[in-house]
Design a protein. Structure first.
Length: 444
């Protein structure tokens, strides 16, 4: 059975170069073994964040370039994204602070910024994808009047007397997006609840998230959103297990919390994800944010940035995540707008004049994985002949199989991918390249 090999070699200007592979005897010394009977978690797909910054930048593009941008992310010829993240109220990648309520007596529920900048982008994405985009909604901060510090920035905590009102607001926000034609699937309690930031932020202990989760569950149910799942934590991986244990120990939290969100900013910690899935197999883990921060990686070359993405995605998938979402979809040439100057890189960046966009190195590496693993695929067991290589394997809903292999080293590696130990597909991975073998039918 023939296979296709798709290679990305940024150093040679090869993005998704594709050729056919003929099967042959397996080279056992260089074998990458894919285990079809070892079916692991279902993967719902990949995506990025529909931030206000992304929406502002999208509207700067001429109509033709907007169509090209949407196709690059959500179309068949692009990344085939099926997921997205939306901030409830403002985040740092917004033009400024804003909230759904301005005071306890505010009779209105404010969604004008969403209607102006976020919904046009989401609707165009759904049209290009030909299916609903599954959304995660995450708050960066409650309205200022609900907090101990009286502002949306600089941390602070949610005042206990406003817990039920804030839960109701979050549920109304999810209901608003549902009525607007969006497929809201997940809500997280708080973005990065252990971080006091100069931008929109709010602190929760694990116990406080555990206490809030039943209130949010009840509020979602009242809005007819019983199918929307609740994620706790939504922060870095290194303390995931301790945080999960603290949250789930609160009475009522076990039944209200469906899983946890994780970010990558303090290291890979793939074992933390794996151990969380092993300890609580009924709880999902989702990768909900990661980006190339200019404050840390502005001088890093494009190949290294791309490898950061691929390493984390492959490691997370093998550890058991249910889906993966990048941060901003589209930023301007400076890495914004960001209302506190916390600039970063996105896989797609505007040109200096704002009339066109550039596909960055990480875009092509993300695509190797997002195009190999269709929404609803199953992660398969896989083993590699050397620890310097990374691989992830999938069985797609159409019955095809894919194996993505990353070579982040300075040396070439010959590998032979097999799912039966008899015949396989051999090829050489050049230094600092990523490739996908796809087999099983004529392909997607």
């Amino acid at each position: 059975m023939r296979a296709t090999l798709t290679v990305t070699d940024l150093q040679k200007g090869l993005y998704w170069g594709t050729r056919e592979l003929e099967p042959g005897p397996v080279n056992c010394v260089n074998q990458i073994s894919v285990y079809p009977d070892l079916r692991r978690q279902r993967v719902e797909g990949f995506g990025g964040a529909f931030t206000e910054a992304s929406g502002v930048n999208y509207l700067k593009l001429p109509e033709e370039k907007r169509r090209e941008f949407i196709e690059a992310y959500f179309g068949e010829s692009g990344l085939r994204y099926a997921l997205g993240r939306v901030h409830i109220g403002s985040c740092d990648f917004a033009l400024g602070n804003y909230a759904c309520m301005t005071s306890a007596g505010d009779p209105d529920f404010h969604t004008d910024r969403d209607e102006q900048y976020l919904l046009p982008l989401i609707r165009d994405a759904q049209a290009a994808a030909g299916r609903p985009i599954g959304l995660l909604l995450s708050p960066w901060s409650p309205p200022a009047f609900m907090k101990t510090n009286g502002e949306m920035n600089h941390g602070g905590k949610l005042l206990p007397e406003y817990r039920e009102l804030w839960a109701s607001c979050m549920a109304k926000y999810a209901a608003f997006y549902r009525k607007a034609g969006c497929d809201v699937r997940l809500v997280s309690i708080q973005n990065e609840p252990a971080a006091t930031q100069t931008w929109d932020s709010c602190l929760y202990s694990g116990a406080e998230e555990g206490a809030f989760a039943p209130l949010l569950r009840a509020a979602l149910d009242r809005e007819g959103l019983g199918d929307v799942k609740i994620l706790a934590w939504d922060h870095n991986k290194e303390v995931l297990l301790w945080r999960a244990a603290e949250t789930l120990s609160v009475p009522g939290a076990e039944s209200a919390v469906d899983g946890f969100g994780v970010h990558w900013y303090t290291g890979e910690h793939f074992d933390a994800v794996r151990l969380c899935r092993e300890r609580w197999p009924e709880k999902e883990v989702w990768f909900t944010e990661g980006c190339v921060e200019y404050s840390r990686f502005s001088q890093t070359d494009s190949v290294r940035k791309a490898e950061m993405y691929a390493r984390d995605m492959i490691g997370n998938l093998n550890a058991g995540i249910s889906g993966s979402m990048d941060w901003n979809l589209l930023l301007d040439a400076k890495g914004g707008p960001n209302h506190v100057g916390n600039f970063c890189e996105a896989p797609v960046m505007l040109t200096e004049d704002g009339r066109d966009f550039r596909l960055m190195g990480e875009y092509w590496y993300i695509g190797q994985i997002s195009r190999a693993a269709a929404p609803g695929c199953v992660c398969l067991g896989v083993s590699v002949p050397t620890a310097v290589l990374m691989a992830a394997a999938f069985e797609n809903p159409d019955g095809t199989r894919s194996c993505v292999v990353l070579n982040p080293t300075d040396a070439p590696h010959f590998v032979s991918v097999t799912d039966n130990a008899a015949q396989g597909y051999g090829f050489t991975l050049e230094p600092h390249t990523i490739a996908t073998v796809h087999w099983g039918t004529e392909g997607r």
